[in-house]
Design a protein around this ligand. Structure first.
Ligand code: DON
Length: 571
């Protein structure tokens, strides 16, 4: 049974706005890329950037720096940096020529059932799938980061954790964005006593910019990992605290679920675009599949000629995007459980077929688009950072607890937030999740299955060399945000910072609208409406932290000004 305050929280959730805040695209002052020759780190928080850069400067590789950054973000940016969630890491080594992916996505607890979020009327109970202990999947972050380090790193887990432990133990000075984030979610965070204890001052007041934010419980949790390895999280005291939280709040995660969690090393999706090799995340993310699918469709059009964000270019992008998202709704899910026609979806032939139905001057209404017919099955607030080192390694990592602050529930005594990733499953066929994404059978809830993601950590190579390293948060908008940075560099020849800054557009099939950011001209919008598109300007999309490696070997970092704490630094 939930305690009374939790019931009150659920009432307040009824008025809860969906993820995505109203940050201005004009935030920050970043108009030129940061340049360096030996290493580059781009993250959404300057303290994480600083700690990762120190690792590179001391001779560590990009994976060492990545794991250090991920733990530092779990302390300094708890709205999305995490140990209570999961994610994906792409690692490219120029030396071996390989690009590998670590899948540390959360899994459904063993007791999860297909209809666990349906009420007596058969409707999806969103408060249960989003703001309850039942919303949490089994966290994968600690196991994933430890695996990355063990396989591809050179420093110990304790060394990678040391800066995070110090930041949690001694505290860090709160920047305005941290303070604003808590205020925005105060209603929800404030209802859970364990979250109140962490995110509000003892007198109930807010942490203001300039205040010191100390997290003793989190420091102790991180220290247990440093001392005992992954067992320090998935077994023993931390596991007991997670299970105690589940018992208090009606959640499903058990000691066995935690003990059985395993990250996977996967082959990324590979495609080509105008002579470049594109690697991005494979299932259980839909990201890589659809980045490649949309690029394949767009490759048939001279986008450089039609120009950046012209009506013609946006029309073609929107038409390609909506067809890919229609396929997503039908075909994508965890390939450990369902067959996904990956080769078909990412083939050039299928893209030709889809392109043939795109009218150059007129929008196809989404109602007329159904998931297509790719070749049959072959048998068989998230945050992103990008890092490159002087050894030819590149890391592209996106991890998440789903919403900003996830389920908003801190594991009492352990000091970290639980994810609400279970909402990324399709709770009922045809009913959209928090990002408006529709899913079906392939993404239904099953015990131990990974919920479908849109996270698209991406590495583009040119002539065998790392060229673009990028990725973003933004829910359903991740795929299109990532895609546009690639197109902005490859087709429109923007430098990486300009490519990151440029106003973005998004279409996800349903709803049938082109969502645009501030900065698309009224003339363009009028032309798009004339072609039959619905165009809506909404909040800024994504926070894409990117690196481009020049032909001269110089690293160019582009941090996204849509987050005031974003930072690119090199040496
Ligand atoms: O895995 C996914 O696709 C989502 N859970 C990501 C959520 C997200 O990006 C929220 N951040 N803005």
């Amino acid at each position: 049974m939930f305690a009374l305050p939790r019931v009150l929280a659920f009432l307040s959730i009824l008025t809860f706005a969906l993820p995505g805040s109203a940050q201005s695209i004009l935030e920050g002052d970043r108009s030129v890329p940061v340049e360096a020759r030996n290493g580059m780190v781009v993250t959404s928080h300057y303290l994480a950037t600083d700690e990762a850069l120190k690792v590179l400067e001391a001779g560590g590789n990009a994976v060492d720096a990545a794991v250090t950054a991920a733990f530092a973000l779990a302390v300094t940016q708890p709205r999305s940096g995490n140990i209570g969630g999961g994610g994906f890491m792409l690692i490219s080594s120029e030396k071996t020529g390989e690009v590998n992916a670590i899948d540390y996505r959360e899994r459904a607890p063993a007791a999860a059932t297909r209809d666990m979020y349906l009420n007596e009327q058969g409707e999806v109970d969103e408060k249960l799938s989003r703001f309850s202990d039942k919303a949490a999947g089994v966290p994968g972050t600690v196991a994933g980061l430890a695996l990355a380090l063990e396989k591809y790193g050179t420093i110990s887990l304790a060394e990678a954790l040391a800066p995070a432990i110090k930041l949690a133990e001694e505290g860090f000075v709160v920047p305005p964005r941290f303070s604003e984030g808590i205020r925005e979610r105060a209603l929800l965070l404030g209802v859970f006593e364990s979250s109140r204890k962490v995110f509000f001052k003892p007198d109930g007041g807010f942490y203001e910019p300039g205040d010191l934010f100390v997290q003793k419980d989190l420091a102790a949790t991180l220290r247990r990992i440093a001392e005992q390895g992954v067992k320090g999280f998935y077994e023993g005291q931390t596991a007991d605290l997670i299970v105690a939280e589940m018992q208090r709040g009606g959640g499903l995660i058990t000691l066995d679920d935690l003990k059985n969690y395993q990250p996977e090393i996967r082959k990324p999706v590979h495609g080509t675009y105008r002579g470049h090799d594109v690697y991005s995340m494979s299932p259980p993310s839909s990201g890589g599949t659809h980045v490649v699918q949309i690029l394949n469709i767009l490759e048939g059009y001279p986008l450089a000629e039609s120009g950046l964000n012209s009506a013609k270019t946006i029309h073609l992008m929107a038409e390609a995007m909506k067809r890919a998202y229609a396929d997503r709704s039908q075909y994508l899910g965890d390939t450990d459980f369902v067959q996904v026609p990956l080769k078909g979806l990412t083939s050039k032939d299928y893209a030709d077929e889809l392109r043939a139905h795109i009218d150059l001057g007129k929008a196809t209404p989404s109602a007329e688009i159904r998931p297509g017919n790719p070749a049959p099955y072959e048998s068989n607030e998230t945050t992103h950072f990008s890092i490159v080192d002087k050894y030819g390694n590149a890391v592209s990592n996106t991890y998440t607890i789903n919403f900003s602050y996830g389920s908003h529930i801190v594991v009492d005594g352990a000091g970290f937030l639980l994810n609400n990733e279970m909402d990324d499953f399709s709770a009922k066929p045809g009913v959209p999740n928090a990002y408006g994404l529709i899913g079906g059978e392939a993404n239904k809830i099953e015990p131990n299955k990974r919920m479908l993601s849109s996270m698209s950590p991406t590495i583009v190579k040119k002539d065998g060399k790392n060229f673009i390293v990028t990725g973003s948060p933004g829910g359903s908008r991740i795929i299109t945000t990532t895609l546009q940075v690639l197109i902005n560099v490859i087709d429109h020849h923007l430098n990486i910072q300009a490519a990151v800054n440029a106003p973005r557009v998004h279409h996800q099939w349903l709803p049938d609208e082109i969502r645009i950011e501030q900065g698309i001209s009224p003339d363009t919008i009028a032309l798009l409406r004339g072609m039959g598109h619905t165009v809506e300007q909404k909040a800024a999309m994504g926070a894409i932290q990117s690196i481009m490696v020049g032909e001269d070997g110089v690293f160019y970092g582009g941090a996204d000004p849509r987050r005031s704490t974003s930072s690119a630094k090199g040496y």
